[in-house]
Write a protein that binds this ligand. Structure first.
Ligand code: GLC
Length: 388
């Protein structure tokens, strides 16, 4: 089971797999695009122990939840430490839980700020570093409705939580502190949400429709040349550089902006990988598939077709792959400094609660403070009574 195959990389690699292993047939069950809905689909199936999926394409954010419940097969016997050392350390760390490894990382991800290099250059501007600079530049350059200042993930789903967390982290706040205490109602987080809400409702640098945006909607607006800035993941890069793309050659990337008076921005560590269900009846075949899909060859196909950033270190030095891309340096720096979301077994529930309240604030139904106070209360209650 996996989400939609943007760019067709999964399908191409499955064709290659079938050529190598004619005795194993892989059937893809395509789930929804939103990470959290896909997670819910997986959880339902696991809770029913129905064995409907042998292999899952797992988001790094789900591993503690699945692993703590015994729903994934530990891969340590196959995926040795030596093999793990060939992958980026952040992606490996995000694949582990309770001392075991539950995923072969295949796609690395970290939040980035895309900008229109041509427009900034023409105005003599450098990419913004703080939220205030971003808003000022966006207001100066935008000409709505043809050209908007900012596109981001504003729909109430996991993507919005990532966008919010980057702003909160870049302002000294966050979701949980290191002792797993909820901190979304602290001033630093409230201020971060206020920026985002004001961007839509007061400064109007993002269209109202951003409330329905996931990654792809943001990529399309920016890709059509209709936004100056975009918060998105690395996958968008290759798609923006395609032959007939209106913004081919006009795009730059920078680390996400941070708060005024703060020194560091923070990208959310995202990413996907292959996990094997604890309920599969075909563990050996499943492993052959997982191993094949995460080879350097397969990851190259992923990068070329889907813009999927590899997890194997060697590909970051491959002249045909990342090294040829002018954005490589920024990307590597952002990736190396990316922060995981809380690695907590209740994370999906906490995120689901937060999504609803972030959405209400963006829609203007609640103030950022009311929204985050309500979210924090529900999150504390959820932590006090963990789900089975
Ligand atoms: C990307 C990230 C993933 C995140 C999702 C949110 O797919 O890789 O980790 O949860 O976006 O929309």
């Amino acid at each position: 089971m996996a989400g939609p195959d943007v760019g067709g990389a999964l399908a191409s690699n499955i064709v290659r797999f079938h050529e190598y292993y004619p005795d194993i047939r892989v059937e893809v069950v395509e789930g929804p695009a939103e990470s959290d809905r896909l997670e819910a689909r997986g959880s339902e199936s696991f809770a029913a122990r129905d064995g409907a999926f042998d292999v899952l394409y797992t988001d790094v954010a789900w591993i503690p939840h699945f692993a703590a419940r015994g729903w994934l097969r530990p891969l340590d016997g196959w995926f040795t430490r030596r093999m793990q050392s060939k992958f980026l350390p952040g992606d490996i760390a995000g694949s582990r839980y309770g001392g075991k490894i539950y995923r072969v990382p295949n796609q690395s991800d970290a939040g980035l700020l895309y900008y229109r290099k041509d427009l900034l250059d023409a105005a003599g501007l450098r990419p913004p570093r703080t939220w205030g600079e971003l808003v000022a530049q966006a207001q100066r350059l935008q000409r709505p409705p043809e050209l908007w200042g900012l596109a981001f993930q504003g729909k109430a789903y996991e993507g919005l939580v990532c966008d919010f967390l980057e702003l909160a982290w870049g302002n000294g706040g966050g979701m949980l502190d290191p002792r797993s205490q909820v901190i979304v109602d602290a001033p630093a987080a409230i201020e971060a949400l206020s920026w985002l809400v004001d961007a839509v409702r007061v400064q109007r640098i993002a269209p109202e429709s951003v409330l329905d945006f996931q990654e792809e909607e943001a990529r399309k607006l920016f890709g059509d040349g209709r936004a100056v800035f975009m918060r998105n993941w690395p996958y968008a890069w290759n798609l923006l550089q395609r032959e007939r793309s209106p913004v081919k050659g006009l795009v730059g990337i920078a680390p996400m902006v941070h708060g005024e008076g703060r020194r560091k921005s923070a990208a959310v560590l995202g990413g996907w990988g292959y996990s094997i269900s604890a309920f599969t009846e075909e563990p050996e075949a499943a492993w052959k598939f997982v191993q094949f899909m995460a080879t350097a060859e397969s990851q190259k196909v992923g990068y070329e077709k889907g813009g999927i950033l590899p997890t194997r270190k060697v590909l970051f030095n491959d002249p045909q792959v990342i090294a040829k891309s002018p954005h490589y340096r920024v990307l590597y720096d952002v990736l190396s400094a990316a922060r995981p979301r809380p690695m907590h077994p209740e994370y999906p529930r906490l995120s689901a609660i937060l999504q609803v309240h972030l959405g209400a604030a963006l829609a203007g139904k609640k103030s950022p403070e009311e929204a985050l106070k309500a979210a924090a209360a529900e999150m504390r209650a959820a932590l006090a009574s963990p789900s089975p």
